[in-house]
Structure formats: structure tokens, C-alpha cells
Design a protein around this ligand. Sequence first.
Ligand code: NAD
Length: 253
Amino acid sequence: MSKNRFDGKIAVITGAASGIGAATARLFASEGALLVLADINAEAGQAMVDELGADKTTFVTCDVSKMDDIGKLIQTAVNKHGRIDILFNNAGIGSFGTSVEMTAQTWEQVIAVDLHSVFYACHHAIPHMSPGASIVNTASISGLGGDYRFAAYNAAKGGVVNYTRALAMDHARDGIRVNALCPGLIDTPITAATKEIPGLAEDWTSRIPMGRAAQPEEMASVVAFLASDDASYVTGTIMVADGGTTACTGQPE
Ligand code: NAD
């Protein structure tokens, strides 16, 4: 059954040129949304416009770790459409390394891209949102627990999880809902590095109760639920979509 949950809705999506962001852009577009897409990868972003149609899609080259870039992104959306109905804060990067191995520069970059960006976007966008609007932040199951050699990512995504709750409180009475998505292992370019370490991808996958990584479209459908009126009484929720990973105690099968 086809749905049209986003007819005429204005949706801003960061990290929209690849993976979960691109899959969500496609789903939102298929349900009638007008999109303002942002990514640091201008070529792949332009390809999304070519695919989805310039009449319904705008692309802004944007480094989400820069407050000014996000300000320009939100201003572009407001100049074009006059408001923002949906903000999907999704751009992110990973990093390998313990706190001893990692440089301060890497730490700061991961926190800036994965966490500061969410504040920058909310700071600029919320004044242009009205009752019924919705924000979805991509966190991770790495924001709910610790991973080996993922210190900066764990810290950033843990911040996104609790910042989401704070945003939900501050804007509940404004009628703006705010929720987080916590994906498990998703088959996107961000996880490509795991394939370079022999055996790691197989080991990781074998620990997922459902026995497989997800496709980005399986995250897009969760984001669409959270962003749509189907979730009209859902705010401050940390929605896990991880094939059962965090439900498992870790006891061997
Ligand atoms: P992806 O690499 O396919 O997409 C990430 C996108 O973000 C890319 O298009 C990239 O160009 C963009 N980006 C990176 N740095 C940016 C910056 N500074 N400014 C603007 N754009 C930037 O990966 P994905 O899996 O689709 O990741 C989307 C989100 O999902 C991220 O926040 C990631 O941390 C999160 N996540 C992914 C997984 C997974 O297993 N793939 C698991 C949990 C959470």
C-alpha cells in the first residue's frame, strides 16, 4: 500500500548523499516531501538531485561540523520554502582507536561532526518549525554502550542520545517532536573499513541475533515513522533498530 505521509512537507536531511540519508531522501521523496539535502560530498549530493528531480530537491554543500555552514543550509531551506517541517540530523563519521592511540584532532573532529552538528542544526532550524514538526537524530547503538576502540564515537553518539531527550523536553510544548534512531550494523560505506580487517565483519555479523547487517532502506522506514504523524505521540524516544544486538546479554548461543 503506498502512503503519502509527507505530501508538501519540507524536509532537511544531512548526510543525504549516501547510505541511510540517501535511502531516507528517496523514501521521503516517494511520499511527497520537498527536500533540502546537505552533504560534504558535493558530487554525490548533486547526483541525488539528478535522481530525485530539481523541482523537488535542493542540494547544499555543507560541512556539518561548521556552525556557519549549517546556518547557510537552514537559511537556504527557509528562503526557498518559508519553513522546516522535518529535520533529519544524520551526517556522521566513525573512528578507530583507544584514547591513548587517538589524537586530540581526531577526537575533536568526531565530536564536531557527530554531536556538535546536531546542536548547530537544531539551534538554527527550530525557530522555523511549527507545531507538528519533527526532528530525528541518527545516534547509534554505540551511543548506548561501549565498543572496543570506538571511544570518540561512543562519546559522541552517547551525547546525541541524551541531547535528543533534552531537545524533546524543551520543545514538547511547542508541538515539536524529537527522537533518535540507534542503528546497529548497516551495510553502508561507513562500515567499509570493517571489511578491510580480516574476519572482523564476519565476527561482528555473527554476534547479531538476526545474523545479518541491515540495508539502509530498513533504517529509512524507521526514520519515516518517527518523522511522520504516525508517531504523533512519540517524543524523546531512543528507537533501536539493530537486529536484536542490544537485546542480547552476550552469553554464547
Ligand atoms: P555513509 O558514510 O553512507 O553516510 C554518511 C554521510 O555523511 C556521507 O554522505 C558523508 O559524505 C556525510 N558526511 C560525513 N562527514 C560530513 C560532514 N562533516 N558534513 C556533511 N556531511 C558529512 O554512512 P551511514 O551509515 O549512512 O551513516 C549515517 C549515520 O548513521 C551516521 O551518523 C552514522 O554514524 C550512523 N550509523 C551508521 C551505522 C552503520 O552501521 N552504517 C550504525 C550506527 C549509526
